[in-house]
Design a protein. Structure first.
Length: 95
């Protein structure tokens, strides 16, 4: 990390903040299918061939694909906080 972070750390932190914002957006838009898939996974008791599980996972995938294709998806994230994380981490690595 010491070798690459000083040069690439700021975009790394910004990208991770953006990804967290995207995941929050997917969670918000797909909460129903995510919850159904989680419930189906528990009920399947490890049986990855369970019909309810595969159906729930297919529905979840369709929802995520819709979010990926949607116009106007604007993930909310704090770019300034990401820059501050970079600055603090860079200072720690310099010690």
């Amino acid at each position: 990390m010491k070798a690459w972070y000083p040069e690439c750390g700021e975009p790394f932190e910004l990208e991770n903040a953006c990804v967290a914002g995207l995941l929050a957006e997917v969670d918000k838009r797909c909460i129903g299918s995510l919850d159904k898939a989680a419930d189906a996974l528990e009920r399947a008791s490890g049986n990855l061939q369970d019909a309810r599980l595969t159906s729930a996972l297919e529905s979840m995938g369709q929802c995520v694909a819709k979010v990926a294709a949607a116009r106007g998806v604007n993930p909310k994230y704090d770019a300034e906080a990401a820059r501050q994380r970079f600055s603090m981490s860079k200072n720690l690595l310099a010690r």
